[in-house]
Design a protein around this ligand. Structure first.
Ligand SMILES: Nc1nc2c(ncn2[C@@H]2O[C@H](COP(=O)(O)OP(=O)(O)OP(=O)(O)O)[C@@H](O)[C@H]2O)c(=O)[nH]1
Ligand SMILES: [Mg+2]
Length: 437
C-alpha cells in the first residue's frame, strides 16, 4: 500500500465543482508541489489555494483544499481533496499534474474504500453499504444502504460472534477439566441452552429471507401473456415512454425490455416479454424461452389477457400472479370476470389502480420501514453456515467436536464483517465500486 492514489471522486461531465481525492504516504509532498510549499493547509480546515503545475508552474485553478492527516481520514492514510471548478480542461489538467508527482498513480475502482477497510476504518458490510448508497435510486434503497453503512449488520454479527467466543471459552475450559477425568464428556446443558437461544435469534434474522437483496435490485414485475395481449402497450403506459415497439402483428416483442420505476419510494423493475405461444420461428422461440425464465424468477407477474382470450391455454409461471383484462375499451362493461383488473393502455383506464396494486405488493414484500439486516447472499450464507454449525452442537456431540463447530460458527460470522476474507472476495466487492470511491 505504499503507492499514493488519486482520482476524480465526482461524476463525469460538466459540473460546477469537481472533487479530486488523493490518499497515501506521498499525499503531503504532492500537495506541497501543487500549492506553494509555504501554503500547506492545516489539517481538517478548508483553505483556498492556487493550484499550479509542479513542472511548469502554470496556473491550473484556484480551489478549495481539504487536508486530512493519517490516521484521521476516510482511508486512514494522509489524504487531501481538491474542490476544483468542474470544467473538463480544469479536471484533466489537475489529474495530469497529480500524475507527475512522485509516488502517485491513478486509483483503481473502489481502492479508497478498500484502503479504509484494510486500515480498519470500516468493516466489509459498511463498505458494501457505501457502495449501495452510491447506487441507491429510491428512498427505500437509500435507507437500507444507510443502515448497512451505519454498522447495523456489523453490530449484530459482532455481538453473535462474541457470544459464540464466550461459549467457546467455556467449552475449552470444560475440555481441560474433563481431560483430568479422562472420560469423553458432552457439552454442559446450560451451554447447550445458551447455544440454542443464540440459534433462535440468528434463525429469526435468517427468516427475513431475501428481502434486502430484492430491495437492492428492485422488485421485479414481469409483463406476460399471449402475443398481442397488449403487454408492450402497457409497459409504455406504465413508464410513460415509448420504450417498447407496439404493433398489431403477434410476436412483435422478442427480447426482454427492462425499465426502472420509483413507485412511492420503492424500486420496481418492469420487464416486457415476448408473448407466450407454442409457435413461432427460431428467434421468437428463444424470446419465449427467455420470457418464461424471467417470469419464473419474478416477484410478480402481470398476466394480460385480451378480449376473447380470457381463457388461458399456456402454462402459467409459478410466481405470484396478478391477472389483468387488457384492452378494456374493447370490452363491454359486464364481460369481465370479477376480481380481475380491467385495463386499457389506450384510454388509461386501470393504469393508476395497477400502479397502486404493484406498489402495495412491493411494500408488503420489501417492508421498507424496517431496513433489512442482510442485503447480500454473502451475508445470508455466512449466517446460515454459523447456524448449521451451532445446530449440530445442539443435536449432541462430544465436547471436543463442539469446540471445533464453535470455531466454524465464529469464523462464518467473521467472514460477514471481513475478519477472514479471501482476496477474490475483496476483489469482487471493491471491484464493483466506481473509481474515486
Ligand atoms: N383498443 C386497444 N388496443 C390496444 C390496447 N393495448 C394494445 N392495443 C393494440 O393491440 C396490439 C398489440 O399490442 P402490443 O402492445 O404490441 O401487444 P404485445 O402483447 O406486446 O404483443 P407481442 O409483443 O406480440 O407479444 C396493437 O395493435 C396495439 O395498438 C388497448 O388498451 N386498447
Ligand atoms: Mg410486445
Amino acid at each position: 500500500m505504499s503507492d499514493t492514489i488519486f482520482a476524480a471522486a465526482s461524476g463525469e461531465g460538466l459540473c460546477a465543482i469537481s472533487v479530486i481525492r488523493v490518499s497515501g504516504p506521498d499525499a503531503d509532498p504532492a500537495l506541497r508541489a501543487l500549492c506553494s510549499p509555504h501554503a500547506m493547509p492545516q489539517p481538517r480546515y478548508a483553505a483556498l489555494r492556487r493550484i499550479r503545475h509542479p513542472d511548469t508552474g502554470a496556473l491550473l485553478d484556484q480551489s478549495l483544499v481539504l487536508r486530512f492527516s493519517a490516521p484521521a481520514s476516510f482511508t486512514g492514510e494522509d489524504c487531501f481533496e481538491l474542490h476544483i471548478h468542474g470544467g473538463r480542461a480544469v479536471t484533466a489538467g489537475v489529474l495530469e499534474a497529480l500524475g507527475r508527482c512522485p509516488g502517485l498513480r491513478p486509483a483503481q475502482p473502489g481502492e479508497f474504500t478498500r484502503r479504509a477497510f484494510l486500515n480498519g476504518k470500516l468493516d466489509l458490510t459498511e463498505a458494501e453499504g457505501l457502495a449501495d448508497l452510491i447506487e441507491a435510486n429510491t428512498v427505500a434503497q437509500r435507507d437500507q444502504a444507510l443502515a448497512l453503512a451505519g454498522g447495523q449488520l456489523r453490530g449484530r454479527a459482532e455481538q453473535w460472534r462474541s457470544d459464540i467466543m464466550s461459549v467457546k471459552a467455556q467449552v475449552e475450559a470444560d475440555i481441560d477439566f474433563s481431560d483430568e477425568a479422562d472420560v469423553p464428556s458432552d457439552v454442559a446443558s446450560d451451554l447447550i441452552d445458551r447455544i440454542d437461544l443464540l440459534c433462535n435469534d440468528m434463525e429469526k434474522a435468517l427468516s427475513e429471507g431475501r428481502r434486502g437483496e430484492i430491495l437492492r435490485r428492485g422488485f421485479t414485475v414481469v409483463l406476460a401473456g399471449a402475443p398481442n395481449a397488449g403487454k408492450s402497450s402497457l409497459m409504455n403506459a406504465l413508464v410513460r415512454r415509448d420504450i417498447a415497439i407496439v404493433s398489431s402483428i403477434p410476436g412483435t416483442t422478442r427480447d426482454l425490455i427492462e425499465a426502472s420505476l420509483d413507485l412511492e419510494g420503492l424500486p420496481v423493475t418492469l420487464v416486457d416479454t415476448a408473448g407466450l405461444r407454442d409457435a413461432g420461428d427460431e428467434i421468437e422461440l428463444e424470446g419465449i424461452k427467455r420470457a418464461r425464465a424471467r417470469a419464473e424468477a419474478a416477484d410478480l407477474v402481470l398476466w394480460l389477457s385480451a378480449p376473447g382470450e380470457d381463457e388461458i391455454t399456456v402454462e402459467l409461471p409459478q410466481s405470484p400472479i396478478l391477472k389483468i383484462l387488457s384492452k378494456s375499451d374493447l370490452r363491454t362493461a359486464d364481460s369481465a370476470p370479477e376480481q380481475m383488473l380491467r385495463l386499457s393502455a389506450r384510454t388509461g383506464e386501470g393504469v393508476d389502480a395497477l400502479l397502486k396494486a404493484i406498489a402495495e405488493r412491493a411494500r408488503r414484500a420489501l417492508r421498507p420501514e424496517e431496513p433489512a439486516l442482510m442485503t447480500r447472499q454473502r451475508h445470508r450464507q455466512g449466517l446460515a453456515d454459523a447456524v448449521s454449525a451451532l445446530r449440530r452442537i445442539v443435536s449432541g456431540m462430544p465436547i471436543e467436536v463442539a469446540a471445533e463447530e464453535l470455531r466454524i460458527a465464529a469464523r462464518s460470522l467473521g467472514s460477514i464483517i471481513g475478519l477472514v476474507s479471501a482476496e477474490d472476495v475483496l476483489g469482487e466487492i471493491f471491484g464493483r465500486f466506481c473509481i474515486g470511491k
